[in-house]
Ligand binder design. Sequence first.
Ligand code: AMP
Ligand code: ZN
Length: 212
Amino acid sequence: MGRVGLSVAGVWSVGFEMSKRPASDDGLPSKKAPGFWANGLLTAMKDPTLIVKEDSIVVVIKDKYPKAEFHYLVLPKEDIHSLTNVTRANLPLLKHMDKIAQEITRNHEERQFKIGYHAVASMARLHLHVISDDFNSPSLKTKKHWNTFTTDFFVPSAKVLAEVEEHGKFTRISSEVAKKLMDTPLKCNKCSFQSPTIPKLKQHLLTHIMNK
Ligand code: AMP
Ligand code: ZN
């Protein structure tokens, strides 16, 4: 599982969820096939069991493999592949996605949320993560999972808005920088605790939940 490297499409396989990928005629997974694992969000955003909010511009779904107690994805209906394809013309959309994300957090007033994009996404269709900062979930299993949400790999929505406003685009990080971020030692997002392993970190995270 899990190729590491940037693809031409601008999404990066960190190989989290899918081990089985549909084969095309040449035996390789077809990236365009509707069933291809990286297109899973395109199907999910039409699944009424996952949709929590929708308007004429965006759909909000529950993340199927949540990495925290509350984890949503805001996706545009417009076919924008990833942050790499965003231009200044998309600013009103990005602002709308941010506004909808903030509205979602208001349903959980007692929680703290992170709202942002993965610097290099693994799934097709631009998507904004709205995730509670407990990171208490069985689907959070690996160092990569942790570091994609707790290092600079996670780019706050406000930062993306500022960058696109200033430069008219979002500049993707290099695969070297991405790899370095994934190799960051496991650090608690709430205190100075460093953990040698994910199970120990997850155990530690519970102390923050219990002490709330
Ligand atoms: P990213 O790494 O930013 O591309 O994140 C993709 C997100 O999509 C992850 O948080 C996954 O848990 C989530 N995900 C993967 N497959 C599906 C699916 N079929 N339906 C809903 N969410 C999914
Ligand atoms: Zn801590």
